[in-house]
Design a protein around this ligand. Sequence first.
Ligand code: SAJ
Length: 402
Amino acid sequence: MINVIGLGYIGLPTALILAAHGNRVVGTDYSKSLVEQLNRGVITFEEEGLEYLLESAMKYDIVFTTEYQATDIYIIAVPTPYDKNSKKIDPSFIINAIQSVLQVCHEGAVVVIESTVSPGTIEKHIRPLTMHDGKDIHLCHAPERIIPGNMVYELQHNSRTVGADNCCIGEQVKNMYASFCKGEIVVTDIRTAEMTKVVENAFRDINIAYANELVKICRSDGLNVYEIIRIANMHPRVNILAPGPGVGGHCISVDPWFLVGDYPGLANIILAARNINDSMPEYVLDRIHSIMKERSFMDVSRIGLYGLTYKEDVDDVRESPTLQLLESMERHLSNGLKVYDPCVKKLIVKEQILDFNEFISEIDFLVIMIAHTHIKENFSKIKDKVILDTRYIVSGESVYYL
Ligand code: SAJ
């Protein structure tokens, strides 16, 4: 039996796909309401294919509970926030999970940590716990790589990394993942697995920061950044990502900070990239301001932000550029912009309007923060607005870009 701890964005799809491929799975989460909802067969967040995966898994052997199970194999998929001041990882969720596992697990159990951790975290914070407890368990690190929006496909097709203390345990964990994963599974040591994961996300952050820096350079010189990136990317060894209003989510906007916090003075490009990406919401505000001036547009209350999530077609708002922009406005003691997001059904900010037609009728100036499919299907409803399109998805006379 596999006990998956933490049934969030990573733990839930992982538990379901393991069960759907014939493994006996118990999913554990401390949230009673989440557990109840899953046992009723209702998914807890929107993700392509997740509902179907839950249906398939429930035909096999899976239950959801708030209790940790006595078993031989655990997968830990709990959050790893970072301390905003020191920029270092806050391992408290993983520590709590491991302590609870140690209370119930069998001697010799394998504990696979999927949560992203900074290099050295397992040696420094987790291994000492197992030594104090006296139980002989095997720690592994198998960081996830799936992308929200395409999780179910990527779970089955991405290659992945397993960090273990020895080949034997590494191979055992590899075989568990191979029950559903068709990609190559590389077995390595724990520190290499830890570092590889944060390196991957920092690489993407740097590439996006490059695109965002180009936006500022090109705007200052009246050049079209999108055309320049399009042409540059025709070079066989160039692949610049898309500029945007900032980088959100719980991964790319967080993991590079672990490297900055742990390697001060050494993680220089990584730090610069973080600062550039973090400056983008403020840059969007500057663009709004200059477009207002250019058009003699005075009424802030008739400006609307489209998109609250951190990226398109997901319902996750963690660290989202729109939330960063609203916070920045608040710091400047200003407010009044309206907000709408088709993927966020509950009120999470006071400026939010839940109905698209009402939102559209109350604004004249639309800022597209996120390129949800919904807006692409509703271009006809926004064609008479002044638009600042931060994602380069619409064109027209009254459309401005970053
Ligand atoms: N973004 C841009 N321009 C781009 C691509 C993304 O501005 O060209 C922005 C997005 O709008 C979003 C943020 O970056 O705000 C992050 O989105 P993302 O789609 O790049 O990545 P995540 O955070 O959804 O998922 C990443 C993935 N990592 C890499 O691609 C290296 C995923 O594979 C990881 O599993 C995930 O982080 C994680 O959990 O670590």
